[in-house]
Structure formats: structure tokens, C-alpha cells
Design a protein around this ligand. Structure first.
Ligand code: IPD
Ligand code: CA
Ligand code: CA
Length: 273
């Protein structure tokens, strides 16, 4: 007689893999054996690759018909149009990890026709598991999450990040200079996936960043939306994976944030003319 048929759901698999890969990252912190450069400063370690292998192997085993977009695997973003797609960042915060700075995460999202339905981000050093399911809310270690209620940018704690590319960094610095004048404070913690989860958890009131990739944002964006927040591009349109700028907030300070970005852009345009 055959044993009972155990059906794995994308949600349970995403959670299981985030925890398992997170354990691997925790164990290997301080033991990076190989570093390869993808650009002048953008690196990838043997641990990114080990985490990715672990995650993709199981996804392929359980859902062979689903498409995968994962940071260290060459694939076109066309796969985001597939009926079902897994979007994976096996180690968000590689630079932190390589330096022994204990702020990094595993980010796994499951998309249905390009829309995130499941988002899981795990920070192994704090044992914090963020899980969101479309229409069913966002949770941190089982506790429901809500964005903050701050409605004044001047009293807000924001987060951002900077692209690896030097030319593009200059634009990001310009935005930063505008925000530092009008916010309470700004953090730069080197992991966009966690930045977004912290907006969902009300720890940050807002976050913005240029040039992020789908694997950085796919899970975190769902967390923010399911916690009652807002995520758009710089024009205020709903953020879509691959958009140039990601602006996430509690909703209350969103228009103010967009206005700051517009002012920074305006100044840049004057400078370019
Ligand atoms: C990076 C982090 C960082 C952000 C960079 C990302 P990685 O991802 O999310 O916070 O500023 O733009 O590329 O390379 O550590 O996976
Ligand atoms: Ca990343
Ligand atoms: Ca990564």
C-alpha cells in the first residue's frame, strides 16, 4: 500500500527553504572561502552559491514546471510572465556577509502571472521570519504586522541603499542629500529585502532605492502591501518588479517622499542643462 500523499504548498516550501538556507548562512558566517567579482565592487561568495543550490534544487524537485528567477543564475526577466515563477535572492546583503556584518537575509517569493502571492524573508542572525500571503496579511514569527502611523516626514525614520555602479550611485547620493534635510534620520543597512520588511513591521516609516532587481524586492514588496503600506515607482504608480525606483512607505508619508524625489530630479535636470 502506498503511503499518504503529502502535498507541499508554495507557502510551506518557501518557509522551509528560507529557514534551511538561513541556517546555512548562519553557520557559514565568518567562513567565506571564495569571492568572485561581478563588477568592480559587486561580489558573490561561495556561500551565496551554496544557499542558491540548496533552494533551487528543492524547488525544481517539488515544482518542476514552475519558472525560476534567482540572482546568481542567468535567466531573462521574461520568466516573470510565466504562470508561476519563484524569485529568489539566496543571500541579500552579500557585502555585509563577506565582511562579517551580521545583517543579511534569504528572500523567496512565489509569483502567479507576475504578481507576488507569497513572500518570505528570513534574517537568520535574529531568527526573524517574515511571511506574507496575498490577501492574508503579513507576519513576523507568527505575529501580524502593520505599518507605522507616522504621517510627518520630518518625524520619520527612513532607509535606503546605493547601487554598485559608480555612475548610478551619484544619482542615489543626490536623492539622499535631499532626504537627509527633511527626515528625522536615514539608515543604510545593506539589505533591501530586510529594509522592506522593516517598513512592513513599522520599524521604518519609509524606504526608497534605485536600480533594485526583482529578487531584492519581490518578497518585501508583498510584505509592505499586506501590512497596509504602499509601494510605488517614483511617479506614484504601483511598483512593478523591474521598475527603476522603489518607494515603500506606511502610505501616510508617501506623497511627501515622492515630492522629495521629484525635487532631487528637478535639481539634477537643471544641473544637466
Ligand atoms: C543588495 C542589497 C543592498 C542594495 C543593493 C542590492 P545583494 O543585494 O539588497 O541593500 O543596496 O542594491 O544589490 O547584492 O547583497 O544581494
Ligand atoms: Ca539582493
Ligand atoms: Ca544576493
Amino acid at each position: 500500500m502506498e503511503g499518504p500523499c503529502v502535498v507541499v504548498s508554495p507557502r510551506s516550501l518557501a518557509i522551509e527553504l528560507a529557514l534551511e538556507a538561513g541556517r546555512l548562512l548562519r553557520e557559514r558566517l565568518g567562513h567565506v572561502q571564495a569571492i568572485r567579482y561581478k563588477g568592480e565592487i559587486n561580489l558573490v561568495t561561495d556561500v551565496d552559491l551554496a544557499s542558491e543550490r540548496l533552494i533551487l534544487h528543492r524547488i525544481r524537485e517539488e515544482f518542476p514546471e514552475h519558472a525560476i528567477l534567482s540572482e546568481e543564475q542567468p535567466a531573462s526577466t521574461e520568466v516573470l510572465r510565466a504562470p508561476y515563477t519563484w524569485v529568489v535572492d539566496p543571500l541579500d546583503g552579500t557585502t555585509n556577509f563577506a565582511h562579517g556584518y551580521p545583517m543579511f537575509a534569504v528572500s523567496i517569493a512565489w509569483l502567479c502571472e507576475g504578481e507576488p502571492y507569497i513572500g518570505v524573508v528570513y534574517q537568520p542572525m535574529l531568527d526573524e521570519l517574515f511571511v506574507a500571503e496575498r490577501g492574508h496579511g503579513a507576519y513576523l514569527n507568527g505575529q501580524r504586522l502593520y505599518v507605522s502611523t507616522e504621517h510627518v516626514l520630518r518625524r520619520s525614520l527612513l532607509a535606503t541603499g546605493f547601487p554598485y555602479d559608480a555612475e548610478r550611485r551619484r544619482q542615489a547620493v543626490r536623492d539622499f542629500v535631499h532626504f537627509i534635510d527633511v527626515a528625522r534620520a536615514i539608515r543604510r543597512d545593506g539589505t533591501a529585502a530586510i529594509d522592506l520588511c522593516y517598513v512592513a513591521a513599522g520599524r521604518f516609516d519609509g524606504f526608497w532605492e534605485r536600480e533594485l532587481s526583482p529578487w531584492d524586492t519581490a518578497a518585501g514588496v508583498l510584505l509592505v502591501r499586506e501590512a497596509g503600506g504602499m509601494v510605488t515607482n517614483e511617479a506614484g504608480e504601483p511598483y512593478r518588479l523591474g521598475d527603476l525606483v522603489c518607494v515603500a512607505s506606511n502610505g501616510q508619508i508617501h506623497q511627501e517622499m515622492l515630492a522629495v524625489l521629484a525635487a532631487a530630479q528637478h535639481q539634477q535636470d537643471l544641473h544637466d542643462d
